[in-house]
Design a protein around this ligand. Structure first.
Ligand code: 5GP
Length: 164
C-alpha cells in the first residue's frame, strides 16, 4: 500500500486486494456460507470475481452510483441496473462492494431489498474490501443484517483502486 500524504490518497495494488479477497473468502464461506454472491457494480465486480475462487457460488450483479450523470455526489444512491430478486428469495446473499464509506449505499440497499423485494434481513451478508473508520449513516447493529465483514478497517482517506 502506497500512501501519498500530500493528497491524502491511498493506492492499492491488485496483489493486495487479491490477498484480502482470498484470505477473507474462506472465512466468509465458513461463517456465512452464502448461496450466491451479489456484486455491486462497478467497484464490487472484481472483488466478487476473486471471492468466487474461495466461495464457488453464482454471481449476480446490480449497479449503483452515489454520483449523478455530471459526477456530482448525490444524497440517495442511484440505481443504474437492478435485477429480478424473486429468484433469490430464501437464498443467503453475500453482497460485495469495494468500500464502506458513509454506509449510505448499504443502508439504502438493505431497506430496498427487505421492504420492496421482501428478502430476509438475516439472509443478507456484506463484504467490503475496506471499511473506513468514520461516522456512518447507520450503525451495524441497527442495519441488523445476517453478516458483515470488511477486509480491513482503514483511516478516512480517499482510496484509489488499481482498476481506476
Ligand atoms: P458509501 O458512502 O455509500 O458507503 O459509498 C458509496 C460509494 O462511494 C462506494 O461504493 C464507492 O464507489 C465510492 N467511494 C467512497 N469512498 C471511496 C474511496 O475512498 N475510493 C473510491 N474509489 N471510491 C469511494
Amino acid at each position: 500500500m502506497l500512501i501519498i500524504s500530500m493528497v491524502e490518497k491511498v493506492y492499492y495494488s491488485y496483489e493486495e486486494l487479491d490477498k484480502l479477497c482470498r484470505d477473507n473468502g474462506s472465512i466468509i464461506k465458513k461463517e456465512f456460507n452464502p448461496d450466491v454472491i451479489l456484486a455491486i457494480g462497478g467497484g464490487g465486480l472484481i472483488p466478487a470475481r476473486i471471492l468466487r475462487n474461495s466461495i464457488d457460488v453464482p454471481i449476480y450483479v446490480i449497479t449503483m452510483s452515489t454520483y449523478d450523470e455530471n459526477n456530482v455526489s448525490i444524497d440517495e444512491p442511484r440505481i443504474i441496473q437492478w435485477m429480478d430478486f424473486s429468484i433469490l428469495r430464501n437464498k443467503r446473499i453475500l453482497i460485495v462492494d469495494e468500500v464502506d464509506d458513509t454506509r449510505k449505499t448499504l443502508k439504502y440497499l438493505v431497506e430496498k431489498l427487505t421492504k420492496e423485494e421482501k428478502l430476509l434481513r438475516n439472509n443478507l451478508g456484506f463484504f467490503v474490501l475496506q471499511n473506513k473508520k468514520k461516522n456512518k449513516t447507520i450503525e451495524l447493529n441497527k442495519l441488523d443484517v445476517g453478516y458483515y465483514k470488511s477486509g480491513e478497517n482503514v483511516e478516512d482517506k480517499w482510496i484509489v483502486y488499481p482498476w481506476e
